[in-house]
Write a protein that binds this ligand. Sequence first.
Ligand code: NAP
Length: 287
Amino acid sequence: MSATQTAQLMDGTGLAKRILEEAAAKAAEISQRTGTVPCLATVLVGDDPASVTYVRMKRARCAKAGIQSRHIALPATTTTAELIDTLAGLSGDPEVHGILLQHPCGPHIDERAAFEAIAPEKDVDGVTMYSFAAMSFGLPGFVSCTPGGIQRLLEAYGVDLVGKHAVVVGRSAILGKPVGMLLLAKDATVTYCHSRTADLPAIVREADVVVAAVGRPRLIHGEDIKPGAVVIDAGYNPGNVGDVDFDTALTRARLITPVPGGVGPMTIAVLLAQTVDAAVNQLGPQH
Ligand code: NAP
């Protein structure tokens, strides 16, 4: 700890490990009770090296947690219609409990149409419109994994969001937008910022909670963090750099996620936890 550090680090690695252990225990229980091992289908279009690595990591974690995975590698030339056929087939396959379509799929694919071919009960990555709506209405369903991971981090560190001003920087469908909805559900007052926001620093300075979800190294300056704020940095940029200027933010925040080891590990943990939950829902809960 440096002499000027005031913030406590939010340990995503440790929390993710605990979530994965719980998921593994649940997977073992349901496998033993029903004779069926929870199964995640991973679908990859093309061979983008980063996507190949992500899928490999997710499958390795599945294996460690006692979750089966079935990988479907489709050629880069796959059409949207062919991808939809594959996803619809998996949606109807009783041996598959969760479906992950690794994205981006390539510019020629209509990703929204593809996502919508995933049955809501198998949408363990929380990418369908059904899942987004269910989350927004506070109804049962699967959340987008990174927002779900952020929510669990905030809960684990006892962050009370009631009446707090939460500023979400970024508004993507898988990250910024759903994070804001989850914070709103916890009674925070939420401001969304994006590429057209005027005077981002002034808004960040007012934030009790900042969620950075952009993908621009050190976009959020440490000096703009309100003393005592909670800082969640979901950004991941080359060189293990987040969207927040970590060194300065560390001296002002109360709680902060490191990059790496903060939000990152939580995403896979939530994916696997939701896969096991999907299997439990489909195979029947314990009596
Ligand atoms: P994205 O789809 O590219 O969205 C980026 C968002 O940032 C957009 O809403 C964009 O605004 C906004 N933005 C761009 N420049 C801005 C600026 N100068 N000021 C304010 N807002 C700006 O990215 P994403 O998929 O949400 O991912 C965001 C970051 O999170 C990336 O670093 C990604 O690697 C990381 N990520 C991490 C995980 C994980 O597991 N840890 C998972 C997913 C993503 P507009 O809407 O106006 O374009």
